[in-house]
Design a protein around this ligand. Structure first.
Ligand code: F6P
Length: 325
């Protein structure tokens, strides 16, 4: 089947670099005489018939911007068969042959169901700051999010040292420890608390106290958020109530999801967007994911990317502790 028209949407949490991928998709498609329709507000926009044709200039000057020019949502209606049928009817009415979805593994599962039900080829481009999608080493936005968190923690270190304080800094990532690990290593944190893992408060308290005895002027504990923000307050309470240690809490939150994409995010997103269109333009009707593996952008079955990848990187906790003595 020849592809004459592609739809593209962004779904779930936005991530820096999404705009680079949108630009690459639009420009590659236009170069191949394929029309491109941006779908506004994710799957919900597909249901609500919110399309905008993208031309060369409508994706100009967006490479350097965070967020998504298409906007995003977490659509409940798309979870229903009726919602997906409406979405398909709207795509058909616009004669759109294939869909490109930028999002995480949840968005990919929805895409696959849609593809199975209505025979629409869907290509997923991994995009989430959490970097937790199985099947790919990298998802767009992770590097920028880590960089933003590093800059924030460096600032906290300045004031922590001046006041000889301990700070507990909570980073995003939901179930994934990836942001916590990278920020912990790169900021010289004294400890990392991973969500869903037993926390040894004795060990954390001993590390802080022995640091103070050695003349350290500050301690930073990085906390991975888990299901919802706030785990840091538990850590704070434990340290204060049971170990007589005072600590300040700073939850970085959505600051990590905005901002100009880094070189890595721009580069990989551009390559992924280009590869997605090349894949479809060859007449491929099977759904697929564009993955990053061994330093290469490759195409895989979409079903390889449905799981949440949780690498509990125990060795990195030891690395962090051994480098912060
Ligand atoms: O996009 C991923 C993510 O930023 C997670 O790290 C975080 O837990 C979640 O989204 C927050 O989502 P929301 O902005 O919908 O509260």
């Amino acid at each position: 089947m020849g592809i004459n028209s592609i739809g593209i949407l962004t779904s779930g949490g936005d991530s820096p670099g999404m705009n680079c991928a949108i630009r690459a998709v639009a420009r590659t498609a236009i170069g191949k005489n394929i029309s491109v329709f941006g779908v506004l507000r994710g799957y919900q926009g597909l249901i609500d018939n919110r399309f905008r044709q993208l031309d060369r200039s409508s994706v100009g000057n967006i490479l350097q911007t965070g967020g998504t020019i298409l906007q995003t949502s977490r659509s409940e209606e798309f979870r229903t068969k009726e919602g997906r049928k409406k979405a398909f009817d709207n795509m058909k009415a616009k004669a759109i042959d294939a869909l490109i979805v930028l999002g995480g593994n949840g968005s990919f599962k929805g895409a696959n169901l849609f593809s199975d039900e209505f025979g629409v080829p869907v290509v997923g481009i991994p995009s989430t700051i959490d970097n937790d999608i199985s099947g790919t080493d990298y998802s767009i936005g992770f590097d920028t999010a880590v960089q933003s968190a590093i800059e924030a923690v460096d600032r906290i270190r300045d004031t922590a040292s001046s006041h000889e304080r301990t700070f507990i800094v909570e980073v995003m990532g939901r179930k994934s420890p990836s942001i916590a690990v990278h920020v912990g290593v790169c900021c010289g944190a004294e400890n990392i608390v991973f969500p869903y893992k037993d926390v040894s408060y004795d060990r954390i308290a001993n590390d802080i106290k022995s640091g103070i005895n050695k003349g350290k002027t500050s301690s930073i504990i990085i906390v991975g958020e888990g299901d919802k923000p706030g785990l840091s307050y538990e850590v704070q309470k434990e340290l204060e109530n049971n170990h007589n240690l005072k600590a300040h809490v700073c939850i970085l939150g959505h600051i990590q999801r905005g901002g100009a994409p880094t070189h890595q995010d721009r580069f990989i997103a551009s390559k992924m967007g280009n590869t997605a269109v090349s894949y479809l333009s060859k007449g491929n009707i099977k759904s697929a994911a564009i993955c990053y593996q061994g330093g290469e952008v490759i195409t895989k079955p979409l079903s390889d990317c449905f799981e949440t990848k949780i690498d509990y990187e125990k060795n990195y906790l030891e690395l962090v502790r051994s480098l912060s003595i």
